[in-house]
Design a protein around this ligand. Structure first.
Ligand code: BTN
Length: 258
């Protein structure tokens, strides 16, 4: 992995650990964070037995896919830190583009190829007495998975690089591409702030703006017209009557009018 990153001009500044099997790479990265590990520490696994998705979903992690977690220690404003999951989405989308797969971002950061999920991002924050101590960005990409081996409800909604390209792609190459693009966007967030990142995210987002959508967050469901994202990356939803609500976290679904 270091050699691949060096090939991209990057001398990686922190440990890169690779496991054959773990519960969740995010959990290992959080353990490392609590033990004081350096920013940009990376955890990779061939397989996860307890892979986690957003909103408590299980993340199927058979061998052949990318399971990657990165430990970051941003010292920015909370608003800027909130954009890290979107930065990871842009980075992953750009990285998968290198392998010939056009990936769109479904708010906040689902990686879609066509209408199917090629990957996802789980960002988890660690706080201590001094406030935010670390953010772990967990990135899962379906590289080689055959959707036919997945549980029924995932089969129709999942795709992979192999399915999209008809070719075998090395997981390590995908990891190196994602890490390299993430480093670029992290620096861009640090030096330029939110606007450049938000422009890049919008350019890669599924084109739902102006369309009716439903957002589920917690036990709430709200419907409205998707109007865009604000400077924190919150989804702006125009509800009936014209009131605009900024939704910070949730799952969004396009409502197709027949
Ligand atoms: C989602 O779309 O719900 C997010 C999926 C995130 C999966 C990745 S795989 C690496 C890291 N470890 C985990 O347990 N989850 C994330």
């Amino acid at each position: 992995m270091r050699a691949l990153l060096e090939g991209r001009g990057l001398a990686w500044p922190a440990p890169i650990e690779h496991f054959a099997v773990v519960g969740s790479t995010n959990d290992v990265a959080k353990e490392r964070a609590r033990a004081g590990a350096a920013e940009w520490s990376v955890v990779l696994a061939d397989r996860q037995t307890a892979g986690r998705g957003r909103h408590g979903h299980v993340w199927a992690s058979p061998a052949g896919n990318l399971c990657l977690s990165i430990l970051l220690r941003p010292v920015w404003t909370p608003e800027r830190t909130m954009l890290l999951p979107l930065a990871a989405g842009v980075a992953a989308s750009e990285a998968l583009g290198e392998f010939g797969v056009e990936v769109r971002l479904k708010w906040p950061n689902d990686l879609l190829a066509g209408e199917r999920k090629a990957g996802g991002i789980l960002a988890e924050a660690l706080s201590g007495a001094a406030g935010l101590e670390a953010v772990v960005l967990g990135i899962g990409v379906n590289v080689a998975v055959d959707p036919a081996v997945l549980p029924g409800d995932l089969r129709a909604t999942t795709t992979s690089l192999r399915v999209e390209t008809g070719r075998d792609v090395a997981v390590a190459d995908v990891a190196a591409a994602v890490l390299a693009r993430l480093a670029v966007w992290y620096d861009a967030l640090a030096s330029l702030g939110a606007p450049a990142l938000l422009d890049a995210w919008r350019a890669r987002a599924v084109p739902w703006w102006g369309h009716p959508v439903e957002v589920r967050y917690g036990d709430r469901v709200i419907r409205g017209i998707a109007r865009g994202v604000d400077e924190r990356g919150a989804l702006l939803l125009e509800e009936e009557g014209g009131r605009v609500t900024a939704v910070l976290s949730g799952e969004v679904l396009e409502l197709r009018l027949r």
